[in-house]
Design a binder for this molecule. Structure first.
Ligand SMILES: [Fe+2]
Length: 206
């Protein structure tokens, strides 16, 4: 019997993947990248040899894989492919605490922006892959989707840049979460593109 013939007909229905499983990166800076992800995500390497490593930070067997390719071409900012990938923190407090911890380790974001649905901090890994650390402002996906399909997003799909140190100061003064995470309007005369920092250089000293 063919493999196709062994499947029940209802299996031909559209079936969604259960989850997004992992990302595997090709790295010119293998050890440095491994250390970077261990540090940024509080991940641990569950397997490594001289060619590859698998890392996880949760119940998945691996979330990040890194392949050691020192001869790989550097990332070209103009090339097609993955723009960035994102990791969500359970609370704003955890995101801000991670920002502080990484600052102390010399790892700085190149872009911090309140998108509206998320408070987001963007970093570049040692190969210049963009990594977003975020906090979901809304409690449900439906609320976030309502924001994205609403007037505020139509006017400004990018977000509003924020100063993380200022946010931390406000947080520590006890400002309500809803006030801290509410996206301000675009400043007079500015467009969403004025809030973009896609080509900012790496903020982390190497
Ligand atoms: Fe994102």
């Amino acid at each position: 019997m063919s493999r196709r013939g062994s499947l029940r007909s209802d299996r031909y229905a559209k079936v969604k993947p259960q989850k997004l499983a992992h990302i595997v990166l090709r790295s010119r800076h293998f050890k440095e990248s491994q250390r970077w992800y261990e540090q940024v995500l509080c991940a641990q390497s569950i397997y490594e040899n001289s060619i590859l490593t698998f890392m996880t930070y949760d119940d998945e067997h691996h979330r990040i894989g890194i392949v050691n390719v020192p001869s790989a071409a550097p990332r070209d900012i103009q090339s097609a492919g993955v723009e960035h990938f994102a990791f969500t923190y359970a609370t704003l407090d955890e995101l801000l605490a991670t920002f502080v911890r990484l600052c102390e380790a010399g790892i700085l974001p190149y872009w911090t922006i309140n998108h509206g649905p998320t408070i987001s901090m963007y970093y570049r890994d040692p190969d210049d892959n963009k990594v977003e650390l975020q906090y979901d402002v809304f409690e449900t996906a439906a609320e976030a989707q309502a924001f994205i399909t609403g007037d505020a997003y139509a006017e400004n799909f990018m977000g509003i840049i924020f100063d993380p140190d200022e946010m931390i100061a406000r947080w520590e003064r006890g400002e309500p979460l809803a006030d801290l995470t509410k996206r301000p309007p675009l400043p007079e005369g500015m467009t969403p593109f004025d809030m973009a920092r896609p080509n900012n250089p790496r903020a982390t000293p190497r």
